[in-house]
Design a protein around this ligand. Structure first.
Ligand SMILES: [Zn+2]
Length: 352
């Protein structure tokens, strides 16, 4: 999107990112590399809109744009800047980014841009650079792309950025393979598979709840340290916020576990994946059995009922590995005294 005298918005850029760049470079199309090493000093005072979500508050943005830029604006912000997928996380959780993308912006004479493709619950790898996304501690500001660049990309490497997952190209290929497998499913089959995928993805990434350690992918694959969010208020809440609050490493782990159980990746892929992860993390040993690696959370009887509702209906026989997995989880819940007599995935009792 082009306006005379303003920076062109990137095709994948968020609205807040573009507003920030406009505010800095009202009359500047290109920066010198040296000029980008210092934080911009002349950006709009009071720019930060008090919206719940400044990336989608198109009306306030166009008003602010007209007021501050003294430009009459009649274009359609929404058409250009809207998110294309439904699994976008809340504004406060849009904190992961690809350092190489930000570096490329600066190398091209632009202020760094925050990308929409980093803002989804499934975002874990930059498909352009094949790199695992990194995190910014305070991602609440419009200037976060610049801050990520200045604090992380433009300083000495932290050394732990990609620990745990080597071979970004391998991960990009794995993600593409799963996505194409899902797309190739026909009609209703695709819907069933995608819905189950999202449910399993959430269960494996469950945020730590009560005294639990959270979902299996968090227990086995979480790398990020020192980041805490408000405690979930219920088991359902812990699963619903799980993907948003999880780090890219555990998202990859959850993605792989769900994909294997739903036959979108071969089971043989699991041992390869454990080897890659262990090679990057000295001392870490993952369960060799996928059913242990993907174990559902330990719950009491009330928790079991909640979990059963979250999982919903699972068509028996369609995903044999998942059937086996659910049976093993259920056996465990029987032993633990949590089983309420209704099977996981059984359609007859979903409303109970
Ligand atoms: Zn990138």
């Amino acid at each position: 999107m082009l306006f005379f005298g303003l920076p062109a918005a990137g095709v994948d850029e968020t609205l807040s990112s573009w507003l920030f760049r406009c505010s800095v470079s009202r009359h500047v199309q290109n920066f010198k590399r040296i000029g980008l090493s210092e934080k911009p000093t002349s950006w709009w005072e009071g720019l930060e809109i008090k919206s719940i979500d400044p990336d989608v508050d198109y009306l306030e943005a166009s008003k602010r744009f007209a007021r501050n830029m003294n430009v009459s604006f009649h274009g359609n912000f929404e058409q250009f800047f809207s998110f294309k997928r439904s699994d976008v996380v809340d504004w406060r959780y849009r904190r992961f980014f690809c350092p190489d993308c930000l570096r490329a912006d600066v190398a091209n004479g632009r202020l760094p841009m925050w990308r929409k493709s980093w803002c989804y619950a499934h975002s874990s790898i930059c498909m352009m650079h094949g790199k695992h996304l990194e995190s910014l501690n305070d991602a609440s500001r419009y200037s976060k792309a610049w801050e990520a660049f200045a604090n992380i990309c433009n300083s000495v490497p932290r050394g732990d950025a990609n620990v745990g997952w080597s071979g970004g190209g391998f991960w990009s290929a794995t993600v593409s393979r799963v996505e194409s497998s899902m797309i190739n499913c026909v009609g209703g089959e695709r819907t069933i598979q995608q819905e189950l995928f999202n449910k399993l993805f959430g269960i494996f990434l469950q945020a730590p709840y009560r005294n639990g350690r959270g979902g299996a992918a968090r227990i086995n694959f979480y790398i990020e340290k020192g980041v805490r969010f408000a405690a979930p208020t219920s088991l359902e809440h812990s699963v619903s916020i799980g993907p948003s609050t999880a780090d890219p490493s555990s998202r990859i782990g959850s993605f792989v576990l769900a994909a294997i159980l739903l036959d979108a990746l071969p089971l043989s892929r699991y041992s390869l994946i454990t080897k890659i992860f262990e090679d990057g993390r000295s001392g870490v040993v993952l369960p060799r059995d996928i059913h242990l690696a993907a174990a559902f959370p330990s719950v009491d009887r009330v928790g079991y009922q909640a979990l059963r509702r979250i999982l919903g209906y699972v068509p028996m026989g369609r995903f044999p590995l998942l059937d086996r997995h659910l049976q093993l989880q259920q056996d465990r819940y029987v032993r633990d005294g949590a089983f309420d007599g209704h099977s996981l995935g059984d359609s007859a009792h979903q409303q109970q």
